[in-house]
Ligand binder design. Structure first.
Ligand SMILES: CC(C)(COP(=O)(O)OP(=O)(O)OC[C@H]1O[C@@H](n2cnc3c(N)ncnc32)[C@H](O)[C@@H]1OP(=O)(O)O)[C@@H](O)C(=O)NCCC(=O)NCCS
Length: 417
């Protein structure tokens, strides 16, 4: 084997973007049918080049890593700035030489310098990111509904109307914005994303979205929910059993959500609603006479969270109960203490929380990844801790923090990136 040089990790220049896309294509098997030059041209205005990172071996890009800023909603509605990580790849000929590790070190430094509270990502594979301090924090599932078995026990409020795409383009970002600010685990979305989600613009190598948008209006006429969906025709022996694929359904009030589900379930010629990236526990099914009309499958984790600023992360969320404890977080980046490392005192109560660095003996020592998994309330700390139990310096402190971090409603993230 020839000696291996250490790649240089740096932002790409504009003229290197095509090669950068070529590199991500090679590792991900996506856009294989598309011309990377066309992809680079279409995406260039959407990217902050300072945050499109390459691992360079000479002129060759052997690793890719891109980030962008978003805002994460915490339990109770606290909003914190996060570093959203995407397009992580290493050239197959260069795998397992520490290139991802090096890109992660570079990224953690940049995120801390920007003042981000946490980094977030959606992992291609479970085993990759725990070592870098990320924990699986939100969960989603597919719900498949047999619409002809649906009967609602309760009546619905407001009205549902179909809107054309320009109207949807006006209304949806605002409804989403109100929804996500109240939904722990959800992320702020770039405005331009709606052009693609609504099929108003097309990205090379990606099928253009084509479908329908229904909105719900409350009794006062204000739009407070939407369903974006498309169909798959399915006729067998002359019987219409079409599948309605629900791309997303969000509302700022549960009444609106329920009314949208009721609307979808009544659409003629349709036998099934297939909805991915939904909550593992869907409240609307409890309004059905027979909740088995809707079945859950494909449970999986969605958003991974890596704490960067522990005092801000823990101090910005709400808690349903009162407790006080000193938490020690173990975090390591590049052989040195990482940004989450250290001790904090968390004083939490339903009236508010404070979390400050402190030099005192800890009640509990846990890893950054365990804290990241549990901080939104969607993964129980005791589960995240099963294989490598945190050290309890005070008996019962694991149970105390587990109960404190849990939330009545699960966090939910539906924003793919
Ligand atoms: C995942 C990927 C980026 C890893 O890059 P890499 O440069 O090989 O990773 P590194 O050499 O820096 O590995 C660092 C550590 O993570 C481990 N690791 C890396 N990828 C892993 C994987 N897919 N599964 C399990 N462990 C993995 C390595 O074994 C190494 O462990 P060690 O420190 O205990 O020795 C690369 O394999 C890849 O491009 N995969 C295809 C695309 C993909 O899945 N990207 C992730 C998108 S979210």
């Amino acid at each position: 084997m020839p000696p291996q040089s250490t790649p240089v990790i740096r932002p790409v220049r504009e003229d290197e973007l095509e090669a950068w896309f070529q590199a991500t294509t090679t590792a991900f098997y996506i856009w294989h049918t598309a011309d990377p030059g066309a992809v680079a041209e279409a995406r260039r205005p959407l990217f902050d080049l300072e945050r499109v990172i390459g691992a360079f071996e000479g002129d060759a890009i052997v690793g890719t890593f891109r980030t962008f800023s978003s805002e994460l909603t915490l339990p109770g509605g606290g909003l914190v700035p996060v570093n959203a990580v995407s397009a992580v790849t290493v050239r197959p000929t260069h795998r397992r030489r520490g290139i991802l590790r090096a890109m992660n070190v570079d990224d953690t430094g940049r995120a801390v310098a920007r003042g981000d509270t946490a980094s977030v990502l959606i992992a291609a594979e479970w085993p990759i990111y725990g070592r870098f301090g990320y924990g699986p924090a939100t969960w989603t599932a597919r719900w498949t509904t047999r619409t002809r078995a649906v009967r609602f026990l309760t009546s619905r409020a407001g009205r549902v109307e179909l809107v054309d795409l320009p109207t949807a383009r006006q209304l949806l970002p605002e409804i989403y914005q109100r929804y996500r600010r109240d939904q722990p685990g959800e992320l702020a979305r770039d405005d331009v994303r709606w052009d693609f989600d609504l099929g108003l613009r097309e990205l090379p190598g990606r099928p253009r979205w084509f479908g329908s948008v229904a909105i719900h209006r409350a009794d006062d006429g204000r739009p407070d929910g939407y369903a974006r969906y498309h169909g798959q025709e399915h006729w067998e022996e002359g019987i219409p059993d079409n599948i309605l694929v629900l791309d997303e359904l969000h509302a700022t009030a549960f009444d609106a959500e329920l009314a949208l589900w009721a609307y979808l379930a009544e659409i003629d010629l349709t036998a099934t609603i297939q909805a991915d990236t939904r909550r593992p526990r869907e409240p609307w099914i409890w309004h059905l006479a027979d909740a088995r009309a809707a079945r859950q499958s494909r449970l999986g984790e969605m958003l991974w969270v890596r704490p960067l600023d522990v005092p801000r992360l823990l101090g910005s969320r709400s808690y349903d109960r009162s407790a006080e404890l000193v938490i020690e977080v173990i975090d390591e980046v590049d052989g040195r203490p990482g940004p989450a490392a250290g001790r904090v005192r968390l004083e939490a109560s339903p009236d508010g929380a404070a979390c400050r660095p402190i030099d005192a003996s800890p009640d509990l020592t846990l890893s950054a990844a365990q804290l990241g998994a549990a901080v939104l309330g969607g993964t129980r700390l005791v589960d995240a801790a099963r294989a490598r139990p945190p050290t309890e310096h005070r008996p019962g402190s694991l149970a105390t923090l587990d109960a404190l971090l849990r939330t009545a409603d699960e966090p939910w993230c539906t924003t793919w990136f």
